[in-house]
Design a protein around this ligand. Structure first.
Ligand code: SF4
Length: 90
């Protein structure tokens, strides 16, 4: 992976609540009431769609682990972007 992960996005329409992402990175994702993945933020809030790397609660999480989590999603509902807004994954 050339560029660093800057944005983490969950496509709620795609997410089927399979929870693979939650299993791999429970410090980053959680399932909400609708069984959709949400992103855990530093301030204790939960983001349904898009979070900047600087906002996430899991400050120590490395790029490889985030990528692994995104890759584990069976419907590719987790989208990763670099600082230029380019899609790193999928
Ligand atoms: S792995 Fe994908 S489908 Fe499953 S909860 Fe996470 S984002 Fe949703």
């Amino acid at each position: 992976m050339a560029k660093k992960i800057k944005k983490i996005i969950v496509d709620r329409d795609l997410c089927i609540g399979a929870a693979s992402c939650v299993v791999i990175t429970p410090e980053l994702f959680e399932l909400d009431d609708e069984n959709k993945a949400v992103i855990l933020l530093k301030d204790g809030k939960k983001e349904q769609h898009k979070a900047d790397r600087s906002e996430i609660a899991a400050t120590n999480l490395d790029d490889e682990t985030i990528l692994l989590s995104a890759q584990s999603c069976p419907v590719k509902a987790i989208i990763l972007e670099d600082e230029d807004g380019n899609v790193i994954f999928p």
